[in-house]
Design a protein. Structure first.
Length: 233
């Protein structure tokens, strides 16, 4: 048994989905939204003090908003999962034979013959009927279960990590617009590569898609800032 566990102990990337999605979304949003906002302000010839205040306000408000949004969203998902489990538990108590047949049909549809499908369904029902139905009928597992606090925390911290570099660059750089663009695009490329590595996905497509959207966002806010900005003193 120990040999089998060592031979099959390779990591699976899907177990990271609970926090990876929130972290990637938070970091990308923090970088793109903050850099784009500051790009618009810089294009409008805002003062360094205004850039600093705008950047910090965007960082704090964005982090709280991301955390709240993730918490509410994932909490709703968790509520749905609990409702499904409660419904399945009720069905198991009231109609155990029907649920056994349902589980047998699931395993038969996956390629097992009738006798083996019934044996597997019976064994798993005796072991933990609710767990078997949650996994194979509903598609719920402990590894993929919704965790609102984890999603909120990961999203807020990641947003701050993504938002802080453009804030610092906008305040300290000599050429705020150019340095913001370079910082944002390099940061997005790095985030795309890191998220792809963590998720076991191809790196270049992940980098390409975030850079494209970053360019669109930066160009849009720079155009608006230039259109409605004030003349430099």
């Amino acid at each position: 048994m120990q040999t089998w566990q060592r031979a099959h102990s390779e990591p699976h990337y899907s177990s990271r989905n609970k926090w990876l999605r929130a972290a990637v979304l938070g970091a990308n949003d923090g970088l793109i939204s903050t850099a784009s906002l500051l790009m618009g302000m810089a294009a409008a010839n805002a003062s360094t003090q205004t850039l600093w205040l705008t950047g910090m306000a965007a960082l704090v408000a964005g982090a709280v908003s991301m955390a709240a949004g993730e918490y509410v969203s994932v909490s709703s998902q968790a509520d749905t999962e609990r409702a499904d489990l409660a419904k399945e538990s009720k069905e198991l108590l009231e109609h155990p034979q029907r649920e056994l047949t349902e589980l047998t049909d699931i395993y038969r549809s996956r390629g097992l013959d009738d006798d083996l499908a019934h044996q597997v369904a019976l064994a798993l029902t005796r072991h933990n009927a609710l767990q078997a139905h949650a996994r194979d009928e509903i598609g719920l597992t402990d590894e993929l279960a919704a965790n609102p606090f984890q999603a909120a925390y990961a999203s807020a911290i990641a947003f701050c990590v993504g938002a802080l570099p453009p804030v610092l660059v906008a305040v300290w750089a000599d050429n705020a617009k150019m340095d913001l663009a370079i910082t944002a695009l390099l940061g997005l490329a790095l985030l795309g590569a890191v998220s792809a590595k963590l998720g076991g996905a191809p790196v270049l497509p992940a980098m390409r898609r975030v850079i494209i959207w970053g360019v669109i966002a930066l160009a849009s806010t720079a155009a608006i800032g230039g259109l409605f900005g004030v003349q430099a003193a």
